[in-house]
Design a protein around this ligand. Structure first.
Ligand SMILES: Nc1nc2c(ncn2[C@@H]2O[C@H](COP(=O)(O)OP(=O)(O)OP(=O)(O)O)[C@@H](O)[C@H]2O)c(=O)[nH]1
Ligand SMILES: [Mg+2]
Length: 660
């Protein structure tokens, strides 16, 4: 049996979950089509998803067509949960990108399609909701060509769009659709030289099978995007979609040779609170009670290998059910027994750990407090468990201030975190507003030295000199030494480097310091009294002194935005954007709406979002994503008045011991 792993992606409410349900029904996995509106679908299985009628976490289901097993990942469409989409994209063979036949191409659709094109991912575009009033066919195809990609061909035609009885029919070469062959040949010619040559030589010699084979070849390479129309709710056009999924995407033949290579893309808690990892196998095999190496990149960029052993390995079998079995290349497996497992880990091989993020990380953060102050440890523990499922929330704890902060994409995600803490952990929490995450960069050069003082009683048995200066843009933190090699034992050197990186989490204004070059200019130790701890504790003091001399500039995040509003509201929207500090760069008509693109400071996105329904009769759609950092003009925002950075802590200790 062959396997294909597909993802269903789209903007919010396009019908991904409804389509998943319909596919499961068509494949005979479920007897009755569940409904998002009733809250009884297979993939929106969490209480919160059912209450809200939106998908929050991606979910895996499986069905079989002929001898092809299809593992399907239903993803959330709301931009606050884009990290779920990112993780799914790393394990897919193909994507069904859903577009509503009524609402058409949305800003989120453009963002997703751009990413899919960049990844060269095979994509089928499925235009859903042809049964709804206002559904379009030719106009929508034009919209797809101009807004997404010209490399498309419609494989279905529609009768009665916009009516409950709308039906979709597969277009075939050489029948009652005389234009189809010419239209298909035209798009196939772009990437099919041999095909084009044969077409030009004698087009009548090409059979329907020739067209179909060339179409499958180009679709599987992400060179051509077939468009299918249908309705998830009414069941129209689904057979053609199933046919496309099994014929147009590259399938895995399940060879079991080679070394184990797997990607962990989802973590769940089992009944007893144990971790269950969802793993896509790219190579090799994995079974129950087997030893496995887990590879991970730590926060300092080093790859670590952690030994583990599986207890149970299950593969998807029909629907969301799983059966215990050996997982083979191409499979998606649920793996029990790997205790410390995290999202993004690799099994068997470190290959693929270098992957860059496809979408920007969250640019907002908030402090969370439990309503019962004594529940801080429980809250921290609960958030760490949530971070296993979504590491982007990046839980941070300040012990001295008894504060916990998390990173966020937006307000809906915040509400979901609060509801999850209440439902699953019985914790009531309050948030301390949402603020943007800034960064600091050094603006000059600074240097500082602390020597072991043999005459007076030295507090730290370590000599450290550090110089800081601006690094290359995008270089993060670069640490190097100018002191001669071998002068400092490895353990001490490592302690300095680790302390440098930890200290730079909070610069002069409390923000992470980036694009900085730190050089170890002096070092010394007193044998045998010096210990790594001396270096670890003294480094923050020296580094922060150097940083103070260098000075830092605080940068705030700026997002790119795409705003779609009804034409008549465009000027009001533009005015409001400018009031929010945005820079609109282009404006163009899109049917009866207007599309504005530009940049907006992340700090005003929320304010603009609140204004938008009022100035667009609830019809405006705004999508923003991180673009760059820009220097903050005027007073630099400090992370928290209460934050004691490591420098202050060391200084405090030294004062306490009478050293300064
Ligand atoms: N008329 C009609 N309504 C549909 C169709 N497909 C989905 N819907 C409705 O559209 C709404 C959203 O459907 P979902 O399946 O939850 O959409 P989704 O893309 O999974 O949404 P998120 O996961 O929250 O992004 C529901 O009210 C569905 O009943 C369709 O083909 N025709
Ligand atoms: Mg959904």
């Amino acid at each position: 049996m062959t396997t294909v792993n597909i993802g269903i992606l789209a903007h919010v409410d396009a019908g991904k979950t409804s389509l998943t349900e319909r596919l499961l029904h068509t494949a005979g996995v479920i007897d009755r089509v569940g409904s998002v509106d009733r809250g009884d679908t297979q993939t929106d299985s969490h209480e919160l998803e059912r209450q809200r009628g939106i998908t929050i976490r991606s979910a895996v289901v499986s069905f079989t067509v002929g001898d092809v097993k299809v593992n399907l990942i239903d993803t959330p469409g709301h931009p606050d949960f884009i990290s779920e989409v990112e993780r799914a994209l790393g394990v897919l063979d193909g994507v069904v990108l859903v577009i509503s036949a009524v609402e058409g191409v949305q800003a989120q659709t453009r963002l997703l399609m751009r990413t899919l094109v960049k990844l060269r991912m095979p994509v089928i575009l499925f235009v859903n909701k042809i049964d709804r009033m206002g559904a379009r066919y030719h106009e929508l195809l034009d919209e797809i060509r101009s807004e997404l990609t010209p490399a498309v061909v419609a494989l279905t035609r529609v009768e009665g769009p916009g009516t409950p009885g709308a039906r979709a029919f597969a277009r075939t070469v050489g029948t009652d659709d005389p234009d189809f062959a010419a239209e298909l040949a035209d798009v196939l010619a772009e990437h099919g030289d041999d095909f084009l040559a044969r077409y030009l030589e004698d087009e009548t010699s090409l059979t329907a099978q020739d067209y179909s084979a060339e179409l499958a070849r180009q679709a599987a390479r992400g060179q051509l995007y077939p468009v299918l129309f249908g309705s998830a709710v009414a069941g129209a056009g689904i057979d053609a979609l199933v046919d496309g999924i099994t014929r147009l995407f590259p399938v895995n033949h399940g060879g079991s040779g080679g070394t184990l290579r797997g990607t962990v893309f989802k973590i769940e808690r089992g009944w007893a609170g144990e971790k269950v990892a969802y793993v896509r196998l790219h190579g090799g095999e994995l079974g129950s009670r087997e030893k496995v190496s887990v590879f991970r990149r730590d926060q300092h960029g080093a790859v670590t290998e952690i030994p583990g052993r599986t207890t149970v390995v299950e593969v998807f079998d029909r629907g969301s059910a799983v059966v215990e079995s050996r997982a083979r290349a191409g499979d998606i497996a649920k793996v029990w027994g790997l205790k410390g497992i995290r999202i993004g880990d690799r099994l068997g091989s470190a290959e693929g750990l270098d992957g860059e993020h496809l979408f920007a990380p969250p640019s907002l953060e908030t402090v969370i407090r439990p309503s019962r102050p004594s529940a801080m440890p429980e809250l921290y523990d609960a958030l760490l468990q949530l971070a296993d499922q979504d590491p982007f929330i990046n839980v941070r704890k300040d012990d001295e201030e008894q504060e916990i902060a998390v990173s966020l994409y937006g307000e809906v995600q915040k509400e979901v975190i609060a509801a999850t803490l209440a439902d699953e952990f019985k914790l009531d929490v309050a948030f301390e507003g949402t603020r943007i995450i800034c960064v600091e960069r050094p603006i000059g050069v600074g240097e500082s030295v602390e020597e072991i003082d043999y005459r007076s009683k030295t507090f730290f048995w370590a000599t450290i000199g550090l110089r800081v200066e601006p690094g290359e843009p995008g270089s993060g933190v670069v640490f190097r030494r100018s002191v001669e090699l071998g002068s400092l034992p490895h353990a001490f050197h490592k302690a300095v480097e680790e302390a440098v990186r930890a200290t730079l989490q909070q610069g002069l204004n409390g923000w992470e310091v980036l694009d900085i070059l730190v050089t170890l200019t002096r070092s010394g130790f007193a044998s045998p009294v010096s210990a790594a701890g001396d270096f670890r504790k003294l480094t923050p003091l020296v580094l922060m002194n150097a940083l103070k001399q260098a000075g830092t500039q605080v940068y705030e995040p700026v997002n790119r935005f795409e705003l779609e509003v009804p034409g008549e509201n465009a000027s009001a929207a533009l005015l409001s954007l400018v009031e929010c500090g945005a820079t609109p760069e282009s404006t163009r008509g899109l049917g009866s709406s207007c599309l504005v693109e530009g940049t907006i400071p992340a700090r005003t996105v929320q304010e603009f979002e609140q204004r938008l329904p009022g100035l667009s009769q609830g019809q405006g759609v705004l999508v923003t994503r991180f673009h760059s950092f820009q220097p903050v003009v005027g007073a630099a925002p400090r992370r928290r008045r209460t934050d004691l950075n490591p420098m202050d802590r060391s200084e405090y200790m030294l004062r306490a011991f009478g050293r300064i």
